[in-house]
Design a protein around this ligand. Structure first.
Ligand SMILES: [Zn+2]
Length: 189
């Protein structure tokens, strides 16, 4: 039976692997149905498509992950669509708004960290994010660099999921909140 993986992040958002590296790794591990679901961005999909075409029988599903707020919690919604829909103006405009929201929340998070006595440079967070949509793992890596938290602690969850190809294991919300002594959720990503 074909393996499927419907939830993957690349360097287009907060993953550690490029879309090409992710697709190649998934194919190598026997995955045949694969969705790229970066946070608030479809920027990695064109590259993933080129990579997918190199693997016979590999089916790529374009997707995205959106963060939503509900009372006292946060729900991440995975969306899947067709390649034709990628250029849909309303979709791309909505994703751009989501990315702006992430940018502002990331900046607020660094302010909150400074209040908690764990200052990190917002400029450095942006450098770490590079072209990607800024996210909590980028802030987490800046915290490691600043010496506020050991890499091993942040990486602990990755170790628990050896098959996880993306950066999804880095900086889960609850984990991150424990590390920072409890950020209020409005300032998290
Ligand atoms: Zn995700």
């Amino acid at each position: 039976m074909a393996k499927a993986d419907f939830h993957n992040h690349s360097t287009a958002s907060d993953g550690r692997l490029t879309p090409t590296q992710l697709v190649d790794l998934a194919a190598k591990n026997g995955v045949r149905i694969f969705a790229l679901t970066d946070h608030d961005s479809t920027e990695g999909i064109a590259e993933a498509k080129r990579a997918a075409e190199r693997h016979a029988g590999f089916f790529l599903i374009p997707g995205v992950e959106l963060s939503t707020d509900i009372e006292d919690d946060e729900v991440h919604v995975l969306g899947y669509f067709t390649f034709e829909a990628l250029t849909n103006e309303a979709l791309q405009a909505a994703l751009a708004r989501f990315r702006e929201g992430r940018f502002e929340r990331g900046r607020l998070m660094t302010e909150r960290l400074a209040q908690l006595g764990l200052p990190v440079s917002w400029q450095r967070v942006l450098e770490i994010a590079g072209e990607a949509s800024v996210g909590r793992p980028h802030v987490a890596r800046a915290m490691v660099e600043a010496g506020h938290v050991a890499q091993g602690r942040l990486g602990a969850r990755c170790g628990a999921r050896p098959g996880a190809p993306s950066g999804r294991c880095l900086g889960g919300l609850g984990h991150f909140q424990r590390l920072t002594g409890g950020l209020d959720r409005r300032s998290t990503l």
